[in-house]
Design a protein around this ligand. Structure first.
Ligand SMILES: O=C(O)CCC(=O)C(=O)O
Ligand SMILES: [Fe+2]
Length: 386
């Protein structure tokens, strides 16, 4: 945290040292500590108070004195250790280091972390740790799993693409996750951004209250664009259809409209599945469009910007990460071939550390794809290619 306060984002993984132009003051760090404390993030609060103390001692133009910070640090350490002993490491409203702070041995954070992949119901604390590590760019999957992944030209599902094949990079075979390059032009991106700029609003998600809500689980702004909004959407639909072989029209209830989303610094989306069957949606919600269209068989996500640091899409159960590259798109199947949700597709949007991230998602609905992607009766059959 003290490096971060000096404007340096450092990581052992892919995100190498990155130096920002501005530095935080000791008062900024104190504020971030208080904010973390109020959110129940006691370990982060301690880190920020410690960073504030270091800064306060070095600052020429003092923004706060060390004496003002010390009581906050002491109080945070006591609270952390009491909550740890009484209530454990993490719950809905709090998060601690895995051991009392005074005995902190950093085991969870620095050494001997054993990632766990492809299990049902991964412990949420482990999943969060894996998510953070993947987002920092650590290679968590054993490298042998990646040895059969390749890059190739892909002709999609239409003769048009014989003349202009698509660059495809495999990120995982099972679940099948790929990144496709140069699938949207800079002009089309500009158009999507212009079209959405006046309607962007704070994103929501289906929450534990049973309502759609805005929360810290998803901090971005989003907007929806349909074929009726602009001819560029019709063009993109046609292209995405040729590449994937899937039906893409919102007006025919084949797929959802394009959701354009923008994440600012710190903007993220915690791990979740895109399919609806385990997102807490009950049968009464499957009315109208949801009922007729069926679940989200697959996700297509355009990356509409590069991101200077952070902002990957991390698959916590599969250990794969797709990094934003302007003009590319990620694609993965959310359902198995019998229509059941594939839990191994859990993923989240990593926090943006520097820059601004723009994406546009399209979710294909299963019912209209029945003749294009016939289902199977086998429980364990997966879609294994595009
Ligand atoms: O922005 C990303 O990288 C992922 C977004 C996502 O998972 C979603 O909107 O469902
Ligand atoms: Fe998602």
């Amino acid at each position: 945290m003290s490096a971060m306060a000096r404007g340096i984002i450092r990581s052992s993984g892919r995100i190498q040292s990155f130096e920002a132009h501005e530095q935080l003051t000791a008062r900024d760090c104190l504020f971030l500590g208080k904010h973390s404390f109020n959110q129940g993030l006691y370990d982060y609060a301690i880190n920020w108070f410690e960073a504030a103390l270091i800064k306060a001692k070095e600052e020429g133009n003092r923004t706060v004195s060390p004496d003002e910070i010390q009581p906050f640090l002491n109080f945070a350490i006591n609270t952390h250790d009491n909550v740890s002993l009484e209530r454990g490491e993490a719950g809905v409203t709090w998060k601690n280091a895995s051991v009392p702070f005074r005995e902190k041995n950093e085991v969870f954070y620095e050494r001997n972390f054993e990632p766990v992949f492809f299990v049902d119901n991964l412990d949420p604390v482990i999943e969060k740790e894996q998510f953070n590590r993947l987002c920092r760019g650590e290679q968590l999957r054993p490298v042998e799993w990646d040895k059969d992944l390749g890059c190739r030209y892909f002709n999609g599902h239409h003769p048009y693409l014989l003349l202009q094949p698509i660059k495809l990079e495999e990120k995982s075979h099972k679940p099948y996750i790929v990144q496709l390059y140069d699938v949207i032009s800079d002009q089309e991106i500009q158009r999507l951004q212009n079209l959405s700029q006046f309607t962007l609003h704070r994103s929501s998600h289906y929450g534990i209250s049973g309502e759609f809500e805005a929360s810290l689980m998803r901090t971005s702004a989003s907007s929806w664009l349909t074929e009726e909004t602009d001819p560029v959407i019709v063009k993109l639909d046609r292209r995405v259809g040729m590449i994937t072989g899937l039906a893409t029209k919102y007006s025919m209830e084949e797929a959802e409209a394009y959701q354009v989303a923008n994440y600012g610094i710190g903007g993220h989306y915690v791990p979740h599945q895109d399919h609806l069957q385990s997102a807490g949606m009950n049968s009464s919600m499957f009315q109208g469009f949801e009922y007729r269209a069926g679940d989200r068989i697959a996700t297509w996500m355009f990356y509409l910007s590069d991101v200077e640091a952070g902002g990957g899409t991390a698959f916590t159960y599969a250990g794969a990460v797709v990094w934003p590259k302007k003009g590319s798109a990620a694609f993965w199947w959310n359902l198995k071939r019998n229509g059941e949700g594939d839990e191994m597709t859990r993923h989240g949007a990593c926090p943006v550390l520097h820059g601004s991230k723009w994406v546009s998602n399209k979710w294909f609905r299963v019912n209209s794809q029945m003749f294009r992607k016939p289902c199977s009766l086998e429980r364990d059959e997966y879609f294994t290619c595009l």
